[in-house]
Design a protein around this ligand. Structure first.
Ligand code: ADP
Ligand code: MG
Length: 277
């Protein structure tokens, strides 16, 4: 039994037969329950293909995907897996244009829950994503950011442990993108939902805990993201001022009007940052 929520083992996906394209080339990754992970990489590097494999939307050429300990290859009920184990958020929200926000959120629950329970759950989710007052709006009556929030609520409808988001901020402006990421972080923190977020945007990736960087169908490297404070300290350390403080430059004490003990404390913090980075 694997301790991971998501594990891929030598995952390979080849498209086409004339001039085959290795969209995924022997990808082995592990994601623990409760993580918020970003997947970055240039266009065409295999990010969406990886997400589709993890969500059982596509079959591998070789290799294996395990989700919650189950091999997707031997999955008996793919529909149930898609409905209950994973939620999807895409770049373009894919809301049904003739349904209200509430009805869109109800869609994944159809066939699983009676109408009353569906409606109650949809309202609860719309409130959670900050759209309690937009329940009866149609998608074209909502802003891009609001539509994407409805898509988040819909992804959470059946309370899946795993949500896969493919460039969820890709069609949003900076402000709406930031607020969507804040929402995903909050859901991750408060509800323990595991998120895998594909993004082009370093500012989005920086808000996650770990970044898988892809290139040509492979995992090029893995970056651990520090807390914002650690990141800031790291930047500061490499500044001219940071270097002077670390070097114990006597002039700096006067310039910053710091006491000796304050300067020592600052040096301690900065050298700590340098060690962790
Ligand atoms: P990304 O999401 O990183 O931009 P994709 O995973 O969409 O990249 O694509 C990876 C590679 O696989 C690309 O070269 C793309 O053209 C190819 N590819 C993706 N899906 C298909 C498909 N259904 N048929 C043929 N080639 C595909
Ligand atoms: Mg893509």
């Amino acid at each position: 039994m694997t301790p991971w929520l998501v594990e891929t083992i030598g995952l390979t996906r080849v498209f086409g037969d004339g001039a085959p394209i290795k969209a995924l080339d022997n990808v082995s990754i592990q994601i623990a329950s409760g993580e918020l992970v970003a997947v970055m990489g240039p266009s065409g590097s295999g990010k969406s293909t990886l997400l589709n494999q993890i969500g059982a939307l596509d079959q591998p050429t070789s290799g294996e995907v395990l989700v919650a300990g189950h091999s997707l290859r031997t999955l008996k009920d793919v529909d149930s897996f898609r409905a209950h184990t994973v939620g999807f958020i895409f770049q373009l929200h894919n809301l049904l244009p003739t349904l209200t926000a509430r009805e869109n959120v109800e869609v994944p629950m159809m066939g699983h829950q009676p109408a009353g329970a569906r409606r109650e759950r949809a309202d609860e989710l719309l409130e959670l994503v900050g759209l309690a007052d937009r329940k009866n709006h149609l998608p074209n009556q909502l802003s891009g950011g609001e539509r994407q929030r409805v898509a988040v609520a819909r992804a959470l409808a059946n309370n899946p442990p795993l949500v896969l988001a493919d460039e969820p901020t890709g069609s949003l402006d900076t402000q709406a993108g930031r607020s969507l990421m804040d929402l995903l972080k909050e859901l991750n923190r408060e509800h323990g939902t595991t998120f895998i977020v594909v993004t082009h945007d370093p500012a989005v990736a920086r808000q996650t805990q770990r970044v898988l960087v892809m290139e040509d169908g492979r995992i090029l490297r893995e970056d651990k993201v520090g807390s914002p404070l650690e990141e800031d300290l790291r930047l500061w350390r490499h500044s001219e001022l940071g270097e002077c403080i670390l070097a114990g430059d006597a002039n700096i004490q006067d310039k910053l009007t710091l006491s000796r003990s304050q300067l020592d404390a600052l040096r301690g913090v900065l050298s700590q940052a340098s060690r962790s980075g």
